[in-house]
Design a protein around this ligand. Sequence first.
Ligand code: SIN
Length: 309
Amino acid sequence: MSRTSTQVAGVKFDSYICNASGPLDASFEELQSLGESKSSAIMMKSCTIEPREGNPEPRYVRLPHGAIQSMGLPNLGYKKYLDFVKDLKKYSKPIIASVSGLSLDDYVVMVKEFQKSDVDLIEVNLSCPNIEGKPQVAYDFEQSEKILSAIRNLGKKPLGLKLPPYNDFSFQKQMAELILKYDIKFITCINSIGNTLVIDPEKESTIIKPKRGFGGLSGEYIKPVALANVRAFYELLNGKVSIFGVGGVNTGSDAFEFLLAGADAVQVGTVFEKEGSGCFERINMELEEILLKKGYDSIESVKGNLKYL
Ligand code: SIN
């Protein structure tokens, strides 16, 4: 067992770092590459009932410290991901399905099917900001509760929620109450900060095409927001629910900050898109070195131990 091995919702992960649902995880070939990489899990692209091409290009633009994107859930449709699971089992690492319904029924259908599959965890994405006319569900607590109530008893595999950033403790408190009431086993905090705007002053124009240039911001820009959400939920959920931290993890030191805030594991998206699969081993080795230097022999011995001034 390595110093950075961990558990999420009772499922063992060989290291603290895996990919985030989003970049480079939609096709079978990409998922195989994740299987061959040092990502500690194979997280699949958020899927919908029908295949989707996604939003028009340009829809993903790298920025000096992250990226703005409005992909629009390009994916092959949930049935293909169900098919892929059998072949991906050979990599002997956790497989995580991510479902993004366009209606309540969609969530029920997809959760029910993945419950019957060989995936290890099911992430329910309540926070995609990039579908025109579809608000991010997790900002609507009534609608979120309807979905949670409909999917809670469809099988025994741990269910998780992919959450958007909240910037007021009252929102995190309301969501935490739902998470505990419906026995959600893990959360993924945070999705990109939705509907941000980047302007090219030379061209006097937006830089992505969909939604008149409004898109999800990711990478280093959002790390303080992600850390705050991880910490707030860690305190509210009293260790009863596992937490994936996501948002601006580029280095082992970033991962260590998420560990202090209370994350059980971190996911990387923007840096994976930029650097490729070498990022998993690099970040994990950097984290190992930090733990070794500080004399910590496990994730568990540091998790959540943030000091207050
Ligand atoms: C997208 O495909 O638009 C990104 C997915 C998400 O933000 O949940």
